[in-house]
Design a protein around this ligand. Structure first.
Ligand code: HEM
Length: 449
């Protein structure tokens, strides 16, 4: 077996390494790395970090080789500052296995399907309040809507407005601060700049808001169909010890859900609206599908599985926009990735964004083309080349929930509106997930078209 050292990427500065391009033009820089090899070496300050650019090697790191590449690294350290030992940040091993088993029932298809009704109602009432012909900050709208829809599923009822507003206020700072803490050398990240101070205050406010949300939640509703994810969390018992979650654990899990869910789903919905809005053929096809499936009646939970073209749109959006662009692992035992052996203790970065733009698998990768996911064409895309939810034991537990949530919000929007991009082209801003910096769209009545 060959033993190759990953090539160093050119352009490192003496004390900063590759921090400057990572901060200035992160997405382009990451996407260029594939030209230097399947595994390459970068410097974050003076600390070496390895980036896997190859889909097959990434997949095997997350699955067959996961005993050597454990959950950890800079991103996880940064996320732990607010998510503590929640499911996404707890180290690999027994504790993770126990927590995951405890939470699996609330992410089962049947439990999620039971929450679809309240999610549809919430989406319909928000989207129905828009006025035709008036440009809107769609990024703000959707941030609010995904949060409302998620909180409705969490609580089983519509969330209190003030709690929702507080989350909306603090989440962007928390997420921007998290990615800075991941990339910046530790000494630079510790400087108490105004931005850093705002980030720390947002971390405190986020935990206070989660505490208030849990305190305000009443008892389990008499009708089990109205129960939310939080009711299941409160009742969940460890099968071995019979113990319920501690208050800190409960807060860690709810923070994890609110942050992981809100960011990735919102980003995907926004990019989908933007791309569909500038592709008239795609727009016509999705409206035609909704007409064929629902006719004149309202959307129902059992319609979701029939919206196959809308799901192709969501697939293609998650391909083109990541949504995660930088995830990390820690080398915990001598581990190999193909010909490469990586030193124990090193951080390894992988990126669904980079993998999803490999021109060998996805010809003309920058083009938005939902047709790639038609049953005939999708057959040629290997499983390893589409990893929006990761893979292996740490794969996203909320993937089915996210699919339903994104399908519901987009379907309700397209049922009522044609969304026309208005003003300047949005810039892609990589926080923990990739967001449009500002998205203005004008809703036009579908029936007036
Ligand atoms: C479009 C939406 C979403 C995307 C793209 C996404 C993506 C991901 C990815 C890539 C991971 C794996 C990270 C890693 O391997 O380091 C992950 C883990 C996780 N996600 Fe999601 N996610 C989404 C929605 C959600 C939702 C809706 C929830 C919950 C309500 C959720 C909860 C979690 C949790 C708890 C984990 C950690 C699982 C574990 O380590 O066992 N995610 N997500």
């Amino acid at each position: 077996m060959q033993n190759t050292a990953p090539k160093a990427v050119p352009g490192a500065l003496p004390l900063l390494g590759h921090v400057v391009p990572l901060l200035r033009r992160p997405l382009e820089f990451m996407d260029e790395l594939r030209h230097h090899g399947p595994v390459v070496r970068l410097g974050l300050g003076r600390v070496p970090v390895y980036v896997v650019t190859d889909a097959q090697l990434t997949y095997s790191m997350l699955t067959a080789e996961s005993a050597s590449f454990r959950k950890g690294g800079r991103l996880i350290e940064a996320l732990s500052r607010f998510a503590g030992n929640g499911l996404a940040t707890v180290p690999d091993g027994d504790r993770h296995r126990r927590q995951r088993r405890l939470m699996q029932p609330m992410f089962s298809r049947s439990f999620i399907a039971g929450r679809a009704g309240v999610m549809i109602e919430t989406a319909r009432s928000v989207v129905g309040g828009w006025a035709a012909g008036e440009p809107r900050r769609t990024d703000d709208d959707m941030q609010e809507l995904t949060l409302s829809v998620f909180l409705a599923a969490l609580l089983g009822t519509q969330p209190p407005t003030d709690v929702r507003q507080e989350f909306q206020r603090v989440l962007p700072d928390v997420m921007a601060g998290t990615i800075r803490a991941t990339i910046l050398p530790r000494a630079l990240g510790a400087i108490p700049t105004p931005t850093q101070r705002r980030y720390r205050a947002s971390l405190r406010d986020l935990r206070t808001a989660i505490g208030a949300l849990i305190d305000a939640h009443g008892g389990r509703p008499a009708d089990p169909d109205r129960a939310g994810l939080l009711d299941l969390l409160l009742d969940a018992e460890d099968p071995d010890s019979g113990q319920r979650m501690s208050r800190t654990q409960l807060e860690d899990e709810v923070i994890t859900f609110v942050t992981t869910n809100g960011q990735a789903s919102t980003a995907s919905i926004l990019w989908a609206l933007y791309e569909v809005g500038r592709a008239p053929d795609v727009e016509r096809a999705v409206h035609a599908e909704l007409d064929a499936v629902c006719g004149d009646r309202a959307l129902r939970p059992d319609d979701l599985a029939s919206l196959t073209y809308l799901r192709q749109i969501i697939h293609e959006t998650m391909r083109l926009y990541g949504p995660a662009w930088l995830l990390t692992r820690k080398v915990s035992a001598p581990g190999r990735l193909g010909d490469f052996e990586l030193p124990v203790g090193a951080d390894v970065v992988f990126s669904p964004y980079v993998i999803h733009r490999d021109p060998v698998v996805y010809p003309d990768p920058a083009r938005f083309d939902p047709g790639r996911w038609s049953p005939e064409r999708a057959r040629s895309i290997p499983r390893t080349a589409f990893l929006p939810f990761g893979a292996g034991t740490r794969q996203c537990i909320g993937d089915n929930f996210a699919w339903d949530e994104m399908t519901i919000i987009l379907a309700e929007t397209f049922r009522q509106w044609r969304m026309a991009p208005t003003g300047r082209v949005p810039k892609a801003v990589p926080r923990v997930t990739i967001h449009p910096d500002r998205l203005v769209m004008t809703p036009e009545d579908v029936r007036a078209a």
